[in-house]
Ligand binder design. Structure first.
Ligand SMILES: Nc1nc2c(ncn2[C@@H]2O[C@H](COP(=O)(O)OP(=O)(O)OP(=O)(O)O)[C@@H](O)[C@H]2O)c(=O)[nH]1
Ligand SMILES: [Mg+2]
Length: 317
């Protein structure tokens, strides 16, 4: 699912302005046939049609392009619930459908009346009434459209998850996970010298033995079982639902602010769940002795790629 393709949601005011402008421009047709009364009726009906068509087609596009949960892969449904208010979102989406129906019904009703008018003033009055009522419907969903626009902005941060072999870079905050993603895949995701820099999932890709591999960098986690916040839960979601292999980033320099002991505790838990490759970050600022005394086997960038290649081979067998 590519969330980047959802276009910005117009405001109620924009939708109305466009509809009324179109009616003004296209309602100027001169080649209508019949006597003066028939021409007035046709002209005003045409404007009703143009306004209705313009509003409902724009709303219909919004309704169709925004994802419904039953058509989303379960990973995205979970991610959605972690990052925004799913109930408010669905209510907003259904209010768009409601508005389409309201404007269509109003249109039918006003067309029925306009084809029977006896004077120019009556025709104008019906048109004014329709414009007023359609505006009122759009105003009622104005806040809902804003909710959808906000939802779109959040969905833009969702990674475009592909059905590929998936590596998850995992570990405590500030240990150097995003830096590693950038080094492995050439992405330019944001890194910074403080914890919880990454608040959503970053995706990068690399090719190993001609096969494309997806690498997901997740927010740092403290992994306290019942105390995880929704940002940390995104890391847990990738770990449990998508990862084929984990790269666990250990920072033994102490600059991340987490001791070796607690990093080790988390590592042991993760190892129980998935295949783990260890990467020692910040080797440039720690002593050779410290690296040598680190008790688990760890890999360089080049070795990581090689080991992922082994996992790929094993998966194919
Ligand atoms: N010297 C040195 N600094 C590093 C290295 N890797 C990361 N850093 C620094 O460590 C800080 C944290 O790096 P990030 O890659 O943002 O860490 P993260 O694990 O993604 O952090 P969160 O997203 O907050 O969980 C940044 O200031 C990086 O520049 C490294 O190998 N050497
Ligand atoms: Mg990060």
């Amino acid at each position: 699912m590519n969330f980047q393709k959802i276009p910005p949601v117009e405001t109620s005011k924009d939708i109305l302005d466009i509809a009324f402008r179109k009616a003004r421009e296209r309602g100027k047709q001169k080649n209508l046939k019949g006597n003066w009364l028939e021409i007035i009726r046709k002209k005003e009906s045409l404007k009703l049609d143009i306004v209705k068509e313009s509003i409902t087609s724009r709303l219909q596009k919004i309704y169709e392009i925004f994802p419904k949960f039953d058509e989303l892969p379960p990973f995205y449904t979970s991610l959605f619930k972690l990052t925004q208010d799913d109930k408010l979102y669905l209510e907003s989406l259904y209010s768009v459908k409601w508005a389409i129906k309201q404007v269509s019904d109003l249109h039918k009703d006003h067309v029925r009346r306009v084809v029977k008018v006896k004077t120019r003033d009556d025709a104008k009055e019906i048109l004014t009434q329709f414009y007023g009522r359609a505006s009122s419907v759009l105003k009622q969903i104005s806040k809902r459209l804003k909710v959808l626009e906000e939802a779109r902005k959040i969905m833009r941060t969702y990674p475009d998850i592909k059905e590929l072999f998936t590596v998850c870079i995992y570990g405590f905050p500030n240990v150097g996970k995003t830096t590693l993603l950038n080094q492995l895949t050439g992405t330019k995701a944001e890194t910074a010298a403080y914890a919880f820099t990454t608040k959503s999932i970053n995706a990068g890709y690399m090719t190993i033995n001609k096969e494309k591999v997806q690498v997901l960098d997740v927010p740092g986690t403290l992994a306290r079982d019942n105390k995880m916040n929704d940002i940390e839960r995104q890391a847990e979601l990738v770990l449990s639902d998508l990862a084929d292999v984990i790269i666990y980033v250990f920072d033994v320099s102490g600059t991340s602010g987490y001791s070796l002991v607690i990093q080790e505790e988390l590592f042991k838990k993760v190892k129980e769940r998935k295949d783990v490759i260890i990467y020692l970050s910040k080797k440039d600022i720690i002593s050779e002795e410290k690296i040598l005394s680190f008790k688990y086997p760890h890999r360089t960038l080049r070795e990581i790629k090689k080991e992922i290649g082994e996992h790929l081979k094993n998966k194919q067998i």
